[in-house]
Design a protein around this ligand. Structure first.
Ligand SMILES: Nc1ncnc2c1ncn2[C@@H]1O[C@H](COP(=O)(O)OP(=O)(O)OP(=O)(O)O)[C@@H](O)[C@H]1O
Ligand SMILES: [Mg+2]
Length: 524
């Protein structure tokens, strides 16, 4: 949907000094997503919004942004009640939103995307004028971005900066950021934090949604905690800590350090031999990588996103061609075989960009719960799907992964972001894969669901599966993995056991400044 808005406003006096949402309620199909919510934010404040997956955070912000109308309650700007009927009016009022899943047009350039929504665009596209404005803003907030590129060529962090610039150029005094850090690299997160601090200093207001409690405490002045659509707590972040926020959110204590027992590894499952893979831009992205993976093992690949992780996972799962080298599962050569055939060899995949590649949003939950599995005997016979079996299977996943939905006859796009993730994870592990390839499996999950998933991966390991885990979260890698490879520029900088002392230099290896010769023989 493209909205038109007035010409970019000069950033002078802030239009909003204070915004209040009062007694906001909203239900879907009779089930409350928001109940009597009160929220206040004032000039120069960063407010954190916290809550479990499906707690109602995005719904509340969609109301503020005019995407939904509340069933009850009001919005006050500078003590005057306003009605926000749609995002155009919200932008007029000075509210901008960067959504949980970016809304940019992938094959348009940065400038073109920013210009979308620019009212009174003359017959000739005012490229120079918009470019100048973008450059001014980039300088003011110290944005690093190549504006001549197409969106698909940008990293997640760069795409996010495009969304932020777009909102700021539209005159946003309040910026809503819905889980802005879940897809960013640690470096990009640092850059985002300094941008937000600068915005705060200039009097902007920011509503910041995140599942990362450390971040909320670091960035926000105040926090509000939602549980099942209601506010259950909040206060100044300086008076709180991670544990008490987690307890408020989930209603019980959350264990942050899980207990991993040592298990003897079993037979070899995966063997990757000297593979080379090209990236989207036609350049080598995986360079001569070799490793083996054994039963009862979690093998972690740590690295800053964009160093070949995605291409490596896609090559193993058959989504992307392997230029040279071999991939073997239980001794069977699966190099460049179809994704279906690789799946039938016991390989499951939780992709990085799950919403784009992991589900069909317009289909029902039960359709998505058997995507890739519908051909299995238990779900179909002679071209006919066995719907009652499929629905039972879906209900089982919903219960096990605590997916919050009113029904399995719900379109998957209506689930909250984290619940979509849980559905994909549930599907991918439901057939107890021999090898699970999981890219950032806890992205977007709340603390309780993260704890559950980590224990689930350890359970898979205990039962004899193996997991290839891609993550930038060093804590997660250390907690779960038996061996750790560090990837940089498409190459392994090291492959180490989880108790290796040299792992203290993992940061240096991730940055490419230290390499430890990989001794392949050690793992045969
Ligand atoms: N358009 C819709 N139709 C039906 N139900 C909806 C719709 N939008 C949201 N919901 C439901 O409202 C509830 C709250 O969802 P919301 O997206 O606000 O959660 P959230 O707190 O943002 O969760 P997450 O952390 O997973 O992003 C969920 O149960 C969701 O399924
Ligand atoms: Mg959400």
């Amino acid at each position: 949907m493209i909205y038109t808005i007035p010409a970019f406003q000069k950033n002078t006096m802030k239009k909003i000094q204070r915004l209040e949402m009062k007694d906001i309620s909203k239900s879907f199909h009779g089930i409350p997503a928001n109940q009597d919510i009160n929220l206040l934010i004032e000039s120069g404040e960063i407010l954190g919004l916290l809550g479990e997956n499906g707690a109602g955070k995005t719904t509340l912000m969609n109301i503020l942004y005019g995407l939904y109308q509340p069933d009850a309650g009001s919005i006050k700007i500078n003590d005057k009640i306003v009605r926000i009927n749609n995002p155009v009016e919200s932008i007029h009022q000075g509210i901008g939103m960067v959504h949980q899943h970016f809304m940019l047009v992938q094959n348009h350039s940065v400038i073109e995307n920013i210009a979308l929504g620019y009212k009174d665009t003359p017959f000739l596209f005012p490229k120079a004028k918009i470019k100048k404005k973008v450059e001014d803003f980039s300088k003011r907030f110290d944005f690093k971005i190549d504006i001549s590129k197409k969106i698909w060529q940008l990293s997640a962090g760069e795409q996010q900066r495009v969304e932020i610039i777009k909102a700021l150029l539209n005159g946003a005094d309040i910026l809503i950021l819905d889980e802005p850090t879940s897809v960013l690299t640690p470096q990009e997160i640092k850059e985002l934090i300094s941008i937000l601090r600068e915005m705060k200093a200039q009097g902007h207001m920011i509503i910041f949604i995140s599942h990362k409690l450390n971040e909320i405490i670091e960035i926000c002045d105040r926090v509000l905690v939602l549980q099942k659509g209601k506010i259950v707590g909040g206060g100044d972040t300086k008076d709180t800590d991670k544990k008490s926020l987690a307890r408020m959110m989930v209603g019980r204590d959350v264990v942050f350090n899980i207990d991993k027992k040592t298990i003897k590894k079993g037979e070899k499952v995966l063997c990757v031999e000297n593979i080379n893979v090209m990236g989207d831009k036609g350049l080598p992205c995986v360079k001569n990588i070799s490793f083996k993976l054994f039963k009862n093992e979690i093998f972690g690949i740590a690295g800053v996103s964009g160093n070949g992780q995605r291409e490596l996972a896609e090559a193993i799962t058959g989504i992307r061609p392997t230029e040279s080298g071999k991939v073997l599962i239980n001794g069977n050569d699966i190099t460049n075989k179809s994704p279906r055939m690789i799946y039938d060899n016991g390989v499951s995949h939780v992709p990085e960009e799950r919403i784009r590649f992991g589900i069909a949003p317009g289909l029902f939950l039960y359709d998505n719960a058997v995507l890739k599995q519908h051909h299995l005997k238990k779900f179909s016979r002679n071209y006919f799907l066995k719907y009652s079996r499929i629905k039972n299977h879906t209900t089982h996943i919903i219960n096990e992964f605590k997916i919050s939905t009113h029904s399995i006859n719900n379109q998957t796009r209506n689930l909250s972001g984290g619940n979509i993730q849980k559905l994909i994870l549930g599907r991918e592990v439901s057939e107890t894969p021999q090898l699970l390839i999981a890219s950032h499996p806890t992205y977007g999950l709340d603390v309780g669901a993260t704890e559950f998933l980590r224990n689930y991966l350890l359970e898979l390991r205990k039962e004899g599966s193996c997991v290839l885990l891609f993550s930038e979260d060093i804590e997660e890698i250390f907690e779960l993995c038996d061996r750790i490879a560090v990837i940089f520029d498409g190459q392994f900088m090291a492959v180490l056991d989880s108790d290796d002392e040299q792992l203290c230099d993992i940061g240096l290896m991730m940055a490419g400044s230290k390499k430890i010769q990989v001794n392949e023989k050690k793992y045969d």
